[in-house]
Design a protein around this ligand. Structure first.
Ligand SMILES: C[S@@+](CC[C@H](N)C(=O)[O-])C[C@H]1O[C@@H](n2cnc3c(N)ncnc32)[C@H](O)[C@@H]1O
Length: 216
């Protein structure tokens, strides 16, 4: 994607602070401008361009954790807000997404908000290139929106989360993700429901659950 000078700027209150988030446009506009004949278009719907209500719920949760000096991974970081909130608390964060354009804007957002930038990684969560057991905390806002994502994400957690590490997922209540937590339990994980709230971003309002997953 070209990165023209005209971007949208959103003003967001998250984790008790104001944030300015820049993006190229909204999801509908960006999607319509994409090439219909691109064989990978279905795989690459630009969800990263929205700030999802799940991210706001996640940032609220992260603000209450002790993240300083902890090694953390933000899966599917999109525009980067949850990684920025954690970085501002002193976490050593990697913000990871498989869309280079998302990471371009995430890096812009770090600059705009004067946060010492997380390390932005262009990586597919199905093919993670991390050392085993390297993260204290792993999280993701709205990343279980397809059933087929469960297996690679569970595998990544198993491989990369420290034995006493924790993973947090904020996810809107949708039928497609209703069994994610029972699947984690079935795979031997300890699962705890940490909260539920209605969250609005612009005109979108969703009920979001916050889940914590740990190794037994
Ligand atoms: C619904 S968006 C959520 C973005 C952000 N976490 C938020 O809540 O605002 C899902 C994100 O996951 C990313 N994603 C989807 N599949 C991925 C994969 N296989 N590897 C890495 N990132 C992926 C998308 O590019 C997108 O940024």
């Amino acid at each position: 994607m070209d990165h023209p000078d005209q971007h949208q700027e959103l003003s967001i209150e998250a984790a008790g602070q104001s944030w300015t988030i820049t993006r190229p446009s909204d999801l509908e506009t960006l999607w319509q401008s994409m090439d219909d004949h691109d064989a990978h278009a279905e795989e690459h719907i630009p969800y990263w361009v929205e700030l999802w209500p799940a991210t706001l719920a996640l940032t609220q949760w992260l603000a209450g954790q002790h993240l300083a000096q902890k090694i953390c991974l933000d899966l599917g970081c999109g525009l980067g807000l949850s990684a920025l909130v954690a970085a501002k608390q002193g976490a050593l964060v990697m913000g990871m997404d498989y869309e280079p354009d998302a990471l371009f804007f995430a890096a812009q957002n770090a600059r705009l908000n004067q946060v010492i930038a997380p390390l932005w990684l262009c990586m597919d969560w199905s093919r993670p290139g991390f050392q085993p057991l390297c993260f204290d905390y792993i999280w993701g806002g709205d990343i279980f929106y397809e059933q087929r994502f469960f297996e690679p994400l569970e595998k990544l957690l198993l491989r990369c989360l420290k034995a006493d590490g924790r993973a947090w997922f904020a996810i809107p209540q949708r039928s497609v993700s209703h069994n994610v937590w029972s699947r984690f339990s079935h795979c031997g994980w300890q699962v705890a429901h940490r909260g539920c709230e209605k969250v609005s971003v612009e005109q979108v309002c969703m009920t979001v659950d916050l889940w914590e997953v740990r190794k037994r």
